[in-house]
Design a protein around this ligand. Sequence first.
Ligand SMILES: NC(=O)c1ccc[n+]([C@@H]2O[C@H](COP(=O)([O-])OP(=O)(O)OC[C@H]3O[C@@H](n4cnc5c(N)ncnc54)[C@H](O)[C@@H]3O)[C@@H](O)[C@H]2O)c1
Length: 271
Amino acid sequence: MMKDKKNLIVITGGAGGIGTACAKIFKNQPLVLTDYSQDAVDKAVENLKKEGFDVSGIACDITDKKDVEKLTKFIADQGSFKALIHTAGVSGTVQDLKKVYTIDLVATELLVDAFYPLAEKDSVAILLSSMMAHAVPANKKYDDALANPQAPNSFDIVTEFVKDSDTMYNFAKRGVHLLTHKHADKWGAKGARIVSISPGVIETAMALKAAEEHPERMKLIKQATPLKRNGQPEDVADVIYFLASDAARFITSTDILVDGGVIHNIKKMYQ
Ligand SMILES: NC(=O)c1ccc[n+]([C@@H]2O[C@H](COP(=O)([O-])OP(=O)(O)OC[C@H]3O[C@@H](n4cnc5c(N)ncnc54)[C@H](O)[C@@H]3O)[C@@H](O)[C@H]2O)c1
């Protein structure tokens, strides 16, 4: 007898801070977790299974086209996807500019392209950007390159405007916003949506590492946050749950800030 095909919630970076919080919020829906290392995926899947989740997992380096193909084949074998929640990424603490660009932006478009054939009416791709993307002004000179990260000269063009890996992170995350606009018509023709979400400082391993490297900056950010606290992974997961739900059925090609209001104040400081 043929097994019922499932409508899956797929989470990249599923072993990470925001990825784990997202998994926990989709308790009654079938989940597929993926992350860079098989070990991390196995542990995350085992923990969720113990809590009664319907979850499977597969390792995937999102920068590797063949791995991404393996991931989409894994999904297609089980069913269709309801939501791709793309949280895998690295911060600007990774000093290699190309690595930041490739993981945070090029791989994001690899995933969007790979999941498009599986998208159906009411599927949604939710891409993790960052509030820091809002600190990068629109500029035709680099926006064309950011919107086309797989083009051979894209990285070189963007690098001309970037002074360090933190700035590269901000630019790559602006590129994520631009990808939602670029792909929205194509996805929309299927009745599918594509959005980004831009967190502020969220207390995960990623933010704690940044806090170690820039303690003064992190203190200033907290002081400048209207809500006077950092975010928790659940603050982001709740909004992702909404974006994946039918309540968000008319939301596509846009970004949602979940930053406690701080980026507005940060931008004011530099004006
Ligand atoms: N934590 C924050 O303060 C914050 C703020 C703004 C935006 N974000 C964004 O949210 C997302 C999740 O952040 P987080 O705090 O949960 O980080 P995290 O470091 O806890 O999780 C990120 C996950 O991505 C995985 N990953 C990295 N490179 C990969 C690759 N090549 N292939 C597959 N998986 C890979 C890591 O293994 C890790 O499990 C990231 O895109 C990040 O840029 C985080």
